[in-house]
Design a protein around this ligand. Sequence first.
Ligand SMILES: *Cc1c(COP(=O)(O)O)cnc(C)c1O
Length: 226
Amino acid sequence: MVQERLERAARQVGRSASHIEIVAVTKGHPSAALREVAEAGLPIVGENRVAEAQEKFLEVGRLGLRWHMIGHLQRNKARSAVRLFDVVESVASLRLARKLAVEAERVDREELEVLLEVNVSGEATKGGFAGEEVVEAAPEIVVLPRLRVVGLMTMAPFTSDVEVLRTVFGRTRELFDRCGREVPGFEARVLSMGMSNDFEIAVQEGSTRLRLGTVLFGERPRLIAS
Ligand SMILES: *Cc1c(COP(=O)(O)O)cnc(C)c1O
């Protein structure tokens, strides 16, 4: 069971699992998966494509869940994202942040909670601020109207090499702490890291939010363009 694994990993480093949130990642699964999430009492769902999330929203509605955007967001989808999602975890550039602020104003959304995405491993296929860059960009983002910057998000490389994973998560944690110390207006509350294959290590390295798909729902039946 995921909950037991989460509790064990937290205990090993003297943390409490009750301070770690789970985003149930329903991308690639039909909208019935969102119903399951709501029925199971999990509060948050994660989707990585605006169009797919909109489709599901039309089918099942909000379901009392918090909807998190976790995937690459194109600026031309920013308005739809601002309308649909409670939180955007994948703010990967200053330009996207500015666009989200403009759109939030335009649709009269008072506040949009966001995380800044960092890519500390430098993988070209992944978006996000390259390491240190996030500390330089954050001051320009926290002052944008309508955005509330509450932390960082990262995706580790897909590997079972524990040392690589620890380094990536540990480095992200350092950047998170630095932003919290050095950037007034950056609320260091949420550190979103850890997926199905690496969440226990992420917990040990200080994650406060896991994004879990496969361990909750099994393999995704639909092919995902990420
Ligand atoms: C798909 C996805 C996840 C969940 O992945 P699993 O390996 O199925 O747990 C988490 N975060 C992001 C950004 C994703 O795109």
